[in-house]
Design a protein around this ligand. Structure first.
Ligand SMILES: Cc1ncc(COP(=O)(O)O)c(C=O)c1O
Length: 377
């Protein structure tokens, strides 16, 4: 049998069969996974960019109320969710422009399934959220990395434009960025968006946008209103404090959103997630309190890192990336002895760096005290 015939008759797609990266292993550890290592110490989990304020109280209340209905199939469609989103966007983005999903990861997955296949290409900009590359590869696409520019982690717009060709379909931009925490300005992103051909879509992953402080942030919404091929990504896992619910949405031009929504199933979003998301959207007080906590504590933490002489990047998110003064594995293990859980930047393309989430003041103090003692020792 010739090689070609074998391939044609094979049950297994080579790009899935040969794919070895394990998404589950690359995701951050949960608190229960480190319980035994804590030796009874109180845990300060600063490793997964969770909301230190906890979940939206309004979402919890609404979820409690809906529990008795779980015997029923809940929401056949996401119409009510998309109507509420249209309202939240002041009717600028219409209900038919949203793609809701079971968390941001699923919206990314839907975009990759919708636009990619073997022979096509995706551009990522390391350090970046590692998930983009994984979903692109399991859909058979080739991943081209145009790294952020060394130093301040600026976007290499010219490098990206030079890498675009007739096979390019998606460009993933995380902004404000995971893992660097830095922000790409509208002035910079304009240079990319206004120079791309029509067969390329930019996924502007702005899941941390609530925490940034800038007048020059390039909201995906504005490009979409101009008819550009942009997908914005928002989640309920960050400012709303609901990562356990797994609920998020993308938004784009009507053409792109309509196309991608064909990949959704009926009863796609479960009753608890839908109810929680609808209530959290209206919980302005919780969002505001979360934003204030992050912005206040971020300033304090940045000053403390400066005092300790540790190089860190300007953060617009609920975490800070810093250069680790020792091996990251050693730092992570030593921090756990103090009950502090932090994360290496390695999986997201920032080796030698540590990402620490911004917690409540007590947690941030525990982190700084541990860091000072570890460095002193
Ligand atoms: C940049 C970025 N995008 C998307 C997500 C996905 O979040 P979720 O799947 O919880 O909605 C995360 C989660 O940490 C993230 O950091």
């Amino acid at each position: 049998m010739s090689h070609n015939t074998q391939q044609k008759n094979s049950l297994f797609k080579p790009h899935i069969d040969n794919f070895t990266s394990d998404l589950n292993q690359k995701a951050g550890r949960t608190s229960s996974e480190v319980k035994d290592l804590l030796k009874g110490k109180k845990l300060y989990k600063l490793s997964s960019n969770e909301n230190a304020m906890g979940p939206s109280p309004k979402a919890l209340e609404a979820i409690q109320e809906v529990l008795p209905t779980l015997y029923e199939y809940g929401f056949r469609t996401d119409d009510v969710f998309r109507d509420a989103l249209e309202e939240a966007f002041d009717h600028e983005i219409k209900e038919d422009q949203f793609i809701t999903g079971n968390a941001g990861l699923e919206v990314i997955d839907i975009a990759c399934r919708g636009f990619l296949e073997p022979g096509l290409e995706v551009i990522v900009t390391n350090p970046t959220f590692h998930v983009y590359e994984i979903f692109a590869k399991v859909n058979g696409a080739k991943v081209i990395d145009v790294p952020l520019l060394e130093g301040a982690f600026e976007l290499d717009v010219e490098g990206i434009l030079a890498a675009v060709n007739e096979r390019t379909r998606l460009i993933f931009i995380t902004n404000p960025s995971n893992p660097t925490g830095t922000m790409i300005t509208k002035t910079t992103l304009d240079k990319l968006i206004y120079n791309l051909p029509d067969h390329v879509v930019v996924i502007h992953d702005e899941v941390y946008f609530h925490f940034m402080e800038s007048d020059d942030f390039p909201f995906a919404k504005d490009y979409i209103l101009e008819g550009k091929n942009v997908i914005g990504l928002h989640t309920f896992s960050k400012a709303h404090g609901l990562p356990g619910l797994r609920v998020a949405y993308g938004f784009s031009t009507p053409r792109i959103a309509h196309y991608l929504r064909k990949l959704r199933r009926p009863f796609f979003i479960n009753t608890l997630s839908m109810t929680g998301a609808l209530a959290a959207m209206k919980d302005e007080a919780h969002i505001e309190a979360s934003r204030t906590l992050v912005q206040t504590e971020r300033k304090w933490l940045q000053k403390e890192l400066d005092r300790l002489g540790i190089h860190h990047w300007d953060s617009h998110t609920n975490f800070i990336l810093f250069k680790c003064p020792m091996s990251t594995d050693e730092m992570i293990a030593k921090m756990l002895e103090y009950g502090v859980m932090i994360r290496s930047g390695e999986n997201n393309g920032a080796p030698g760096c540590i990402r620490v989430s911004i917690g409540v003041h007590e947690a941030n103090m525990a982190f700084v005290t541990a860091l000072e003692e570890i460095m002193g020792g």
